[in-house]
Design a protein around this ligand. Structure first.
Ligand SMILES: [Zn+2]
Length: 436
């Protein structure tokens, strides 16, 4: 494939840029992402790329860089975030802000989540600009602040305050890219959707009284117990969302019926079962409870927080009806307290074609497979604000997905340079395929 071009000396460039980014402490809170935004601006401007910093407060800048298109073709945004989570140096074998190069890996907080992709995106832009490349549509790089806390300084704020700076037809971000081997079949996972967080509060009322005379009170905590137990055993019928259908089709070459999907996936590999299990239905987990504040007062109210994740396309109202049907009639209230995420993008079109052609050219015999993520990323802001086709895809091959999952937000986070280079090839490929 000519699009997957040899990037030559850019390969060491991405490693060098990542090491410099890791050495800037952008732990959120407080963030201080302006440190990273200025480094990226200086690096990109040297390559002739137009850059702007947008900041709600001076120390928390977002960087937006752009290679303007020649025409009005589709635009692609490479999305990333420059903040990182806290690192406790006493748990680490190396300085979390040292950016050390050891063996074939670069160590430090953010190596995986996600300064590695920040560096790869910046190098993709810089190398394309130096080569004189211009697409038909705009190629945009957004290095946002404040993803890890989400206090309104990052992409959430940008789409509201500076929509023209960040609007894009397509976007790529973190969220997936894992290479998994399932029963001899190699799949690269691409996150095209996310579940919705839709927690409920279960309230059970009784009558307060003195703890020494329980028989004349009506203990709300005790009344809640059977309902909590029932929630712990929650079950519902499996259903196949398009993302799981696509995954199963890539794995089996056909889509089994919903009722057999989990057993069939587990037969192939336990990991295949783990991947689709939370995507077959809404999940329900009681996680917090509150009753009396005093040891000797019998509570009149017991409230239980029920963490609930629903499928993209499902509504909190449908979820409420399902939970009520499971609990049955009774003396309780069930209140939806939040709805967040739950967006999806189609599994087709130029960005999907770019993912597929990249996987096939990098590893003949491997296939791209869509997946819905149980958590959420900044991609949902783009889908909600602009209807952007937003995928989470930054491929990794040399570090397996279980190892990466253990290191993210934990000690000894590190990334193989070979995976950074793979990611860089992907981003260059995506730009050239999508922007035309
Ligand atoms: Zn992240």
């Amino acid at each position: 494939m000519s699009e997957v071009a040899d990037v030559g000396s850019a390969e060491s460039e991405v490693a060098a840029l990542l090491r410099r980014l890791i050495r800037l402490d952008t732990t959120n809170p407080p963030g201080n992402e302006t440190l990273a935004a200025e480094l990226l601006r200086d690096y990109l401007e040297a390559a002739g790329v137009e850059c702007h910093l947008y900041a709600r407060v001076p120390e928390r800048a977002n960087l937006v860089a752009r290679i303007p298109g020649r025409g009005s073709g589709p635009s692609l945004a490479m999305l990333s975030h420059t903040d990182v989570v806290l690192a406790d140096a006493s748990e680490w074998e190396r300085d979390p802000f040292g950016g050390e190069f050891a063996g074939s890996e670069i160590w430090g907080r953010g190596a995986l989540d996600m300064k590695g992709e920040v560096a790869a995106s910046a190098v993709a832009l810089a190398t394309l600009a130096r080569e004189g490349w211009r697409g038909d549509g705009d190629l945009i790089f957004i290095a946002a602040a404040d993803e890890e806390v989400g206090a309104g300084f990052g992409l959430e704020w940008l789409v509201e305050a500076h929509p023209d700076a960040v609007r894009a037809d397509f976007s790529v971000n973190e969220g997936a890219g894992d290479r998994v081997e399932l029963g001899g079949k190699v799949l690269y996972l691409c996150a095209t959707a996310e579940k919705m967080s839709s927690p409920f509060e279960l309230r059970v009322r009784g009558r307060s009284g003195h703890g020494a005379m329980p028989s004349i009170a009506d203990n709300a905590l005790v009344k809640a117990a059977p309902l909590i137990e029932r929630l712990g055993a929650f079950e519902t019928e499996p259903q196949l969302i398009p993302e799981v259908e696509g995954f199963l089709a890539a794995l089996f070459g056909e889509v089994p019926p919903a009722a057999d999907a989990l057993a069939r996936a587990r037969e192939v590999a336990p990991l295949a079962g783990e991947l689709i299990e939370p995507l077959l239905w809404m999940t329900v987990a009681p996680t917090m409870a509150h009753a009396s504040d005093k040891r000797n007062i019998i509570p009149a109210l017991c409230s239980v927080t029920v963490d609930t994740r629903i499928l993209p396309g499902q509504t909190p109202e449908e979820a409420e009806a399902t939970i009520r049907a499971w609990l049955g009639e009774g003396d309780y209230e069930l209140v939806n307290t939040e709805r967040f995420g739950g967006t999806r993008s189609p599994i087709s079109g130029p960005l999907w074609d770019a993912v597929r052609s990249f996987v096939e050219s990098e590893e003949p015999g491997a296939a791209a497979a869509p997946i819905c993520v149980a958590g959420f990323t900044d991609s949902h802001w783009m889908r909600e604000a602009f209807g952007t086709v937003a995928y989470g895809f930054f491929p990794s091959r040399d570090m397996d997905s279980e190892t990466a999952a253990r290191l993210i937000h934990s000690a000894n986070e590190r990334v193989p340079v070979s995976d950074l280079e793979l990611g860089l090839r992907w981003l260059r490929h995506a730009a050239q395929v999508v922007c035309g």
